[in-house]
Ligand binder design. Structure first.
Ligand SMILES: [Zn+2]
Length: 191
């Protein structure tokens, strides 16, 4: 029995078997490979091995997904988030968040010393520009306070709310963000 295509016999197992399994071959190449498979034992066993491996991987991935993502995973996350946000709807907590923000803001203004006047002036200029367009600043401050309060609640579920460590951490976090904002305003005004 003569070999009709010697070059393809040399390259066995053929490289396009994977593409054939994935259905990526065009009809002509597919037919070509199928005709080759009919008479090549090496490529047929390679095809079977690759199919077995794929089945094994599919099974493994399905099992993994079942373990990692429980059916009610999204439900738990949503319920958790809603609980945290709805707690903030209480006016007292909202006020406390805003109060903390205001206090920290003025603390930073004081700590800036000589630069305070410039910062305030810059901030007012900036605010006027923004307020002329929309209530962006208010929304920003409000969202920031809201976000801070959420972080505060998340942290407090693990640390004690009144513990010095968490308060210090928040103050440092806030100082950094305010200083960064001030620098941003400076650049905005000069550039
Ligand atoms: Zn072959």
């Amino acid at each position: 029995m003569n070999s009709p295509n010697p070059t393809s016999e040399i390259m066995c197992p053929r490289q396009d078997i994977a593409a054939y399994i994935d259905g990526e071959l065009n009809p002509r190449d597919e037919l070509n490979l199928e005709m080759h498979l009919a008479r090549c034992l090496m490529c047929t066993s390679e095809l079977n091995e690759q199919k077995k491996l794929l089945c094994f991987l599919d099974g493994a991935m399905l099992e993994k997904n079942e373990i990692e993502v429980p059916v009610n995973f999204t439900k738990i996350v949503v319920a958790n988030a809603q609980g945290k946000v709805s707690g903030l709807r209480q006016p007292q907590e909202r006020f406390r968040a805003l109060f903390v923000c205001a206090c920290l803001f003025f603390l930073v203004l004081l700590s800036l010393g000589n630069e305070t006047q410039t910062v305030v002036k810059t901030f007012i200029n900036f605010s006027e520009q923004i307020l002329a367009v929309s209530g962006f600043v208010w929304h920003f401050v409000y969202d920031f306070a809201f976000g801070t309060a959420i972080i505060l609640r998340s942290v407090s579920s693990q640390l004690l709310f009144n513990s010095g460590a968490s308060i210090a951490f928040l103050i440092i976090l806030f100082l950094f963000s305010i200083v960064f904002l001030s620098k941003l305003l400076f650049r905005f005004n000069r550039g």
